[in-house]
Design a protein around this ligand. Structure first.
Ligand code: B12
Ligand code: SF4
Ligand code: SF4
Length: 388
């Protein structure tokens, strides 16, 4: 039974142990407790980066920094925040879901399957335990109301890597983060973890687009993870750098020694039986699918307005890159029926943004024979003659 006095002394460590055990039962392997004070550093950084244009139109926590950096606005009278990290590194399944005549498109590790659902479930189990004793408690994970890395850092879960991710001591960064904001006076862990990057700068040098513009600072306008989510035309300058990525980007973590050494080599887990795990999908299958099919299979990816246009735009870029660029997958046959069919369909699409990307893909694959001489849309006309 938890103590129930709002004005009483700090709750004991046994309470945190019980909450930790609840979280652990949901796969949340690292936990900590932070004070619920305003996250001033994050607030200042968000505003500074927004003013410098580094957010490239992103909303998320940037929309209302006053709110996203103040746990007290999430739960009135908030005193503490119970923070949890859930590992998302999974072993690659033995069998590929991409057929021989398909085009393999890479999905970032955090999206191979749904990791936020189980994380939220675990955090809500913690919140309900606190509520059962009369405390207020609300769970947040990847929500615009809370800057997850900053609160996890404050709770001592890890350090800010130069790649901007929170690296957990002895485990690397392949973790999703979330928290339970509460008015319960839980005992706080006051010591954030020290820096573990030292002189390393592999992520900065390894980023395919030079998006890490200073230690821990990402220019979203260059970051593939954001550009693949963002609506509209994909900047031509970065399309080759996309390679075979269709959603998300892991490059700055895949080159990170602590993450690879401690996470990838030691701790890749298995997904529970029956849970689909998709490290690669068939870009052609996505281009052939109806809107409903796209949303049913890949609707859990965060893409602007959950609009299947952006799934297809990304699939066309992967198709264009699939002729054998470094990191790109090779279609079984660029002149084959499925590739030709997809290009022909999207070159005639009524959406001019998709036509633009289809023109680019056809030109990249040397299928100029499929291109129209001109187009009613000025952007498509520009795409027909732009340097590749
Ligand atoms: C917006 C967002 C993005 C944007 C921008 C990311 C960015 N780095 O700015 C985009 C779409 C690009 C993105 C990409 C990814 N994201 Co994201 N994203 C978010 C979101 C919604 C908000 C982040 C935010 O508020 N940033 C504001 C800035 C100011 O905070 P910050 O980047 O953490 O910066 C801090 C440090 O710079 C630090 N700092 C200050 N001074 C200094 C100085 C030094 C030297 C250093 C090192 C640090 C440092 O203080 C800052 C403030 O706290 C969070 C979820 C959430 N609600 O918090 C997820 C989140 C950060 N993303 C997450 C993930 C998994 C990813 C990807 C790995 C997904 C992928 N594979 O594609 C990539 C990683 C890209 C990268 N290198 O950051 C996880 C991170 C988990 C972790 N272990 O860190 C989060 C926490 C989601 C979650 N709940 O699990 N993301
Ligand atoms: S996610 Fe990819 S593009 Fe973005 S900073 Fe990391 S390596 Fe660069
Ligand atoms: S690659 Fe090196 S510098 Fe970058 S986050 Fe990892 S340890 Fe830090």
């Amino acid at each position: 039974m938890l103590p129930t006095s709002l004005d009483g002394p700090l709750l004991g460590d046994a309470v945190v142990d019980e909450l930790r055990a609840i979280a652990m039962a949901h796969g949340i392997t690292r936990t900590g407790v932070a004070s619920a004070e305003v996250m001033l550093r994050a607030r200042v950084e968000i505003v500074r980066r927004r003013d410098a244009g580094l957010h490239d139109g992103m909303q998320f926590t940037y929309k209302n920094p006053e709110r996203s950096t103040d746990p007290g606005q999430a739960v009135r009278g908030a005193r503490t925040v119970f923070v949890g990290a859930r590992p998302y590194l999974l072993a690659e399944p033995d069998t590929s879901t991409v057929p021989a005549d398909g085009v393999a498109a890479r999905v970032a590790r955090y999206a191979w399957t749904d990791h936020y659902g189980p994380l939220r479930e675990g955090l809500w189990a913690v919140a309900h335990r606190l509520r059962a004793d009369g405390w207020k408690a609300v769970a947040y994970a990847d929500d615009n109301s809370m800057v997850d890395r900053e609160i996890a850092h404050r709770a001592g879960l890890g350090w800010f890597g130069k790649n901007a991710n929170l690296l957990l001591d002895g485990a690397g960064s392949f973790f999703v983060l979330g928290s339970v904001v509460t008015d319960a006076p839980l005992p706080v862990v006051a010591e954030p973890a020290g820096d573990g990057c030292g002189t390393c700068r592999r992520c900065i040098d390894g980023c395919p687009t030079g998006a890490i513009v200073a230690d821990g600072v990402i220019d979203a306008g260059r970051c593939l993870a954001w550009l693949l989510q963002k609506p509209g035309m994909f900047p031509r300058a970065f399309r080759r750098a996309v390679g075979d990525r269709i959603y998300g980007c892991d490059e700055c973590q895949d080159v990170c020694p602590p993450t690879v050494r401690l996470g990838v080599k030691r701790a890749a887990g298995e997904a529970p039986a029956g849970v689909p795990v998709e490290p690669f999908i068939d870009a052609l299958a996505m281009l052939e699918a109806t809107d409903d099919e796209v949303l049913a299979r890949w609707g859990r990816w965060y893409l602007s307005d959950r609009d299947p246009r952006w799934h297809r735009r990304n699939a066309l870029i992967v198709l264009g890159n699939s002729g054998g660029l470094p990191g790109g997958a090779r279609p079984s046959d660029a002149d084959g029926a499925r590739v030709t069919g997809a290009l022909a369909r999207y070159l005639a699409h009524d959406d001019s943004v998709l036509r633009c990307h289809a023109v680019w893909a056809a030109r990249m694959l040397g299928r100029d024979d499929l291109l129209p001489d001109t187009d009613v849309d000025a952007d498509v006309r520009a795409e027909l003659s732009a340097p590749l």
